[in-house]
Write a protein that binds this ligand. Structure first.
Ligand SMILES: [Mn+2]
Length: 458
């Protein structure tokens, strides 16, 4: 089976020569810090900590990724760093504590930014080594009533900070009376994307699309799921993404009915559907796309019926996105299409309204239609504000990902539908009058998918 790959080549040309990661955009990070400080209470200071470095074994570090909130405000990617935001400090509103430069250590593990690098490249008013934290922190806490600090990025550090604040009270007579988790501020800021962020999300989505095209090109009966995973992730790297947003899901046949299946160990059979849920990260922003397609290139009649029902729900949900509606309205659209379809197919029985009210669809569609997307794949942003789903506004970015999952042993279901799992996921950004589809270039209809796969099998 020679692979002509013509249509794929055409797609791939779109991506060539776009491998450059964005350079440090100091103005963008400065604007975020100002916005953050505008949300802080008068007389307060924020202490933020980098993500911990996890180890696989002695001397074997797991790949490091900065904490998303920390990165969002600083652009600083190294571990063992602390950021202080002190809006009322006379000279230093933004301070970083970092690992010191060390020629001996750097010879083994690579260049560190160091104090000088932090001063020169990260827009701080002052930088110190992390060892100086104890000594310098009091300078920023005098007369401060409120400290923003989020527990959970390291128990040792959490307890050091709390001990420090107590000790500080005894020594200096100052007491930070209120400790506030900054999550509310991050939720609010990160939920609406700025123009620079939308550009990065478009790029991440584009690379993610390249991975899905590669999956459609690679998959064939007899291959293992992890081989398709390799094709997806190879395409991500070759198009400029240095890591994945999450573990790639390659779920063939009945594995597709397990929502977060990441074992990727099964040998794919002729006649299987293959569900691939994968996302490339680009400059800390993520794509998150799912496609489901037949391993042998053509849908069976039963697969096609389920697939087209999910697609109808997916398209209707995207059509419903515009400012002023709520995420739960979008979910309701998908639920309604799916319930109606399952009823028509005999997979559900009863009255449409009652089935929706009693959430009977959850036997086959058990997750939400959307999650926020950004620096985290499941991004910061609230799902309920005072008990209500937030109202959409331009700049919000999220997924649309309805699915139908029919267990292999589902009772009262025609055998031909059993073991079919389908999810179709795209990424959208709310615009002034609707939404922008960030992932328009990945085949989605039965005809598009079959034509692409047939083209590859000439
Ligand atoms: Mn998703």
């Amino acid at each position: 089976m020679a692979k002509a790959g013509l249509s794929l080549e055409r797609h791939f040309c779109l991506y060539r020569n776009q491998k450059e990661q964005t350079v440090m955009n100091t103005a963008m990070f400065a604007a975020r810090r100002h916005a953050f400080m505008d949300h802080m209470q008068p007389g307060s200071v924020a202490i933020l900590k980098s993500a911990p470095q996890f180890m696989l074994a002695i001397d074997a570090e797991l790949p490091y990724r900065q904490d998303s909130d920390f990165y969002y405000l600083t652009g600083f990617e190294e571990p063992e760093a602390v950021c202080i935001l002190a809006p009322q400090h006379e000279e230093h509103q933004y301070v970083l504590f970092v690992r010191p430069s060390s020629p001996e250590i750097e010879r083994w593990t690579g260049k560190r930014v160091g104090v000088e690098g932090a001063m020169q490249e990260y827009g701080v008013q002052m930088a110190y080594t992390l060892e100086q934290l104890d000594e310098k922190l009091p300078d920023y806490l005098s007369n401060i009533a409120t400290v923003y600090y989020s527990n959970g990025l390291g128990e040792t550090f959490d307890s050091e900070i709390s001990k420090f604040l107590k000790r500080f009270r005894y020594k200096k007579g100052f007491l930070a009376r209120t400790l506030i988790d900054p999550s509310d501020i991050f939720d609010e800021l990160r939920m609406v994307k700025q123009a620079e962020e939308l550009a990065l999300l478009r790029k991440a989505a584009e690379i993610t699309g390249a991975g899905h095209l590669a999956a459609m090109q690679a998959a064939k009966p007899g291959m293992y799921e992890y081989e398709v995973q390799a094709a997806v992730e190879y395409a991500f790297r070759m198009h400029g993404s240095r890591r994945n947003g999450f573990e790639t899901i390659v779920a063939s046949g009945p594995n597709a009915t397990t929502l977060h299946y990441i074992a990727n160990q099964r040998r794919m059979q002729d006649g299987d559907l293959l569900l691939v849920d994968a996302g490339a990260e680009y400059a800390y922003y993520n794509g998150d796309v799912t496609r489901t397609f037949p391993v042998n290139g053509s849908f069976s009649p039963a697969q096609r019926i389920i697939y087209e029902l999910v697609l109808e729900a997916h398209l209707a949900a995207i059509h419903g996105v515009k400012p002023g509606v709520r995420l739960e309205d979008i979910h309701a659209i998908a639920v309604s299409v799916i319930t109606e379809g399952l009823l028509a197919l005999g997979l559900l029985e009863g009255e449409m309204d009652k089935l929706i009210e009693e959430k009977k669809y959850r036997e086959f569609y058990m997750h939400s239609t959307s999650h926020w997307l950004g620096v985290n794949t499941h991004d910061r942003g609230k799902y309920k504000i005072h008990g209500e789903s937030p109202v959409l506004e331009p700049g919000m970015v999220f997924t649309i990902e309805p699915g139908i999952y029919i267990a292999e042993d589902a009772e009262g279901v025609e055998p031909r539908y059993r073991g079919i799992g389908v999810r179709i996921e795209d990424n959208v950004a709310v615009t002034a009058d609707g939404c922008e589809l960030l992932t328009p270039h990945v085949p989605k209809t039965v005809a598009e998918i079959e034509a692409l796969m047939a083209g590859l099998r000439v």
